[in-house]
Design a protein. Structure first.
Length: 644
């Protein structure tokens, strides 16, 4: 037996320890690093798994990657898909199941998880941080000393070889932590951290060690997964759903290098006998019949049973947090899993960074579970329903499956809302300390209320002399992060000169007052609340700002003076033309779509101000853009942020 435990463990400290270096943990480490929060990312496995469980990134995740300047790396590697090819007895129906009308990303991006992980690892390493591999989390606890608390975590690493064990159970939720193995020597370390994030998968050791229940169910169906090359007469360039005469459903997804991923019902398999390539060929061909479907080569062939579970709490004593599969697991139907986890990381990291920088009270972190747990519950329900329709062996579901497949072309008119839901664009958070309704103003319609995802739309930059830029910019291209509150000022028609007022008077009482409020309040906020000067690793000043302001102009001239290539400078808009990005630069909402999507009139009314949270959800809104509206915004920030 080893004697490695004779030495006392090494002691170390870090603000945030992250366990699990899959896409979710790595995304969290990237966000922390960019926000100036030192973190350590540990992973038990010495190498990245070559098996890609996740394949698709939905529109909402792509928006997040755009807002964090990561999008182009994924677009360069990925394959956009919008349509489903549905075959019933060899007859093709095409179904636009991933097309949405509310995002610039009108598709899902297909990219194997191993490539997603590689892109994220490359980004992380560009900041000088690498995954600390070989370390296994053995135990963790929250230490409380009076009004102070922290996390102490015990790690171990095999001095030779890996920490993997042949005795490990493959059953979700079962965790064995052998103290030692024969013929192995270990080094131990105790890590003291302010926070621990468990991004260590469905069999999360972190969740197990802090005793967070993981209720749910394990389905009876066996699901077969195959990666490799096939030969078929079917078009499998899009997502392909085959409803076989053998009452099985087979889904085919395109991969790189001409390979495909196949997911098919294997409910008649005997787990004790395993699965051979020949047996899989027989199932695949019978499902695709009468069309040819020949397996040429295989890189991965496995089967498993689907679990639908969600942690009862995403946090323990507000010090230990779960993200990704450690917090929720469900069927692969809809391709939501990795997306849900990446969005967990995006929601949590900016909040934790504010707390660690002394800019917010720790109770801000309580909103993480309150916001993300209901999202997971909804995703699990949707994924479960989709999986049941495709894979259940109940008679009525078989009939429903055939009806849906047969009438697919007639259902196209009804897919816009489900597509937005699958694309994760309809996620909305309830009111809480950061999603605040105005105290006195009437509640707007639901689509404009706090907690909603920040909408996108085309804008036109106004240049010197009132000229309009020939190229549009989208609003989402302006609200970059991470860690920045974006204040959108909708002017509606408030800058339009009225016949009853002299033009110069309008300038003095409207545009000039707006400019003064922008300058005064933003300066006040930045003087009270700011990241450390060395927080961001980017050379861009805007990456270090906690607050940025963007003026979105509606009508800016009377109808008789309206021009499509030049704006009326008598409106006073010239005060905002040469502002830097985030400092009150003005953009014209020519199409009226941005005002409309945020619930403001374009050519009448007083406009309003909308605060976009650092994770691009609406945190607060107020009608009007005069001084009182700015005072309301100031009060909102004072309830979220703190002053040392």
């Amino acid at each position: 037996m080893t004697t490695s435990t004779a030495k006392p463990p090494t002691l170390s400290e870090v603000p945030v320890l992250i366990s699990g270096a899959g896409p979710v943990g790595t995304m969290a480490a990237i966000m922390f690093t960019r926000l100036g929060v030192p973190c350590r990312l540990i992973e038990r496995d010495m190498t990245v798994s070559p098996m890609s469980k996740a394949l698709s990134m939905h529109a909402r995740t792509l928006e997040i990657f755009e807002q964090t300047n990561l999008i182009q790396k994924f677009l360069d590697k990925g394959y956009p898909i919008s349509y489903f090819n549905i075959y019933f007895n060899g007859v093709l129906q095409t179904f636009p199941g991933l097309i949405n009308s509310i995002s610039h990303y009108n598709y899902a991006l297909f990219l194997e998880q191993i490539k997603t992980t590689a892109i994220l690892n490359e980004e992380l390493e560009s900041y000088g941080l690498k995954v600390d591999r070989g370390w296994e989390l053995m135990d963790t606890k929250v230490v409380e000393d009076g009004d102070k608390s922290w996390v102490e975590t015990t790690l171990r690493r095999a001095k030779d070889g890996t920490n993997t064990r042949v005795t490990e159970s493959k059953i979700l939720g079962v965790v064995e932590l052998d103290a030692e193995q024969e013929d192995k020597q270990y080094e131990y370390e105790t890590v003291k951290s302010q926070y621990l994030i468990g991004a260590d998968g469905g069999k999360s050791v972190v969740r197990h060690k802090v005793n967070i229940p993981f209720p749910g169910r394990t389905l009876d169906n066996n699901v077969i997964l195959f990666d490799g090359h096939i030969e078929t007469d079917l078009d499998v360039s899009q997502i392909t759903v085959i409803n076989g005469s053998n009452n099985k459903t087979m889904n085919v997804f395109p991969l790189s290098d001409g390979q495909v991923r196949i997911m098919v019902d294997g409910s008649n398999l005997d787990p004790a006998q395993g699965l051979t390539l020949e047996a899989f060929q027989e199932i695949a061909q019978a499902t695709a019949a009468p069309t040819k479907f020949l397996i040429k080569s295989s890189n991965w062939l496995t089967f498993y049973r689907v679990n639908e579970r969600r942690a009862e709490s995403y946090s323990y004593k507000n010090r230990v947090f779960l993200a990704g599969d450690a917090a929720h697991v469900h069927s692969p139907a809809g391709g939501q899993g990795m997306n849900l986890g990446l969005q967990d990381a995006y929601n949590l990291t900016w909040k934790m960074a504010l707390v660690l920088h002394g800019l917010a009270d720790q109770r801000l972190l309580e909103t993480y579970h309150d916001e993300r747990a209901p999202v997971a519950t909804n995703v699990i329900g949707m994924s479960s329903a989709m999986f049941a329709v495709g894979f259940s062996n109940q008679i009525w579901r078989r009939i429903l499956r055939k009806v849906i497949t047969f009438f697919a072309s007639y259902l196209i008119r009804f897919v816009s809302i489900p597509a937005s839901r699958v694309s994760m664009l309809t996620i909305r958070y309830d009111e809480n300390m950061i999603n605040q309704r105005h105290k006195t103003q009437a509640q707007p319609k639901e689509e404009f209320q706090v907690g909603q995802r920040a909408h996108d739309g085309a804008l036109t930059r106004v240049l010197t002399g009132g000229q309009l830029d020939e190229e549009n910019v989208r609003l989402h291209q302006l609200i970059h992060g991470p860690g920045t509150f974006h204040i959108l000022v909708f002017t509606a028609s408030t800058l339009v000169p009225k016949a009853s007022e002299p033009t110069l008077g309008v300038k003095a009482t409207r545009a000039s007052q707006l400019e003064a409020n922008v300058d005064r309040f933003v300066a006040q906020w930045r003087s009270k609340w700011a990241y450390p000067t060395d927080t961001a690793l980017s050379d861009s000043k805007t990456d270090r700002d906690l607050f940025q302001v963007h003026i979105i102009a509606g009508a800016i001239s009377s109808d008789k003076d309206k021009s499509h290539d030049k704006v009326d400078m008598d409106s006073g808009i010239d005060a905002f033309v040469n502002k830097a990005v985030g400092e009150g630069r003005v953009y014209l909402d020519e199409s009226k779509i941005v005002h409309e999507r945020y619930g403001f009139e374009w050519s009448k009314g007083t406009g309003g101000i909308v605060v976009i949270r650092p994770d691009s959800h609406i945190g607060y809104r107020v009608n009007g853009a005069q001084e009182q509206a700015w005072r309301d915004i100031d009060e909102y920030f004072s309830t979220i942020l703190s002053i040392d």
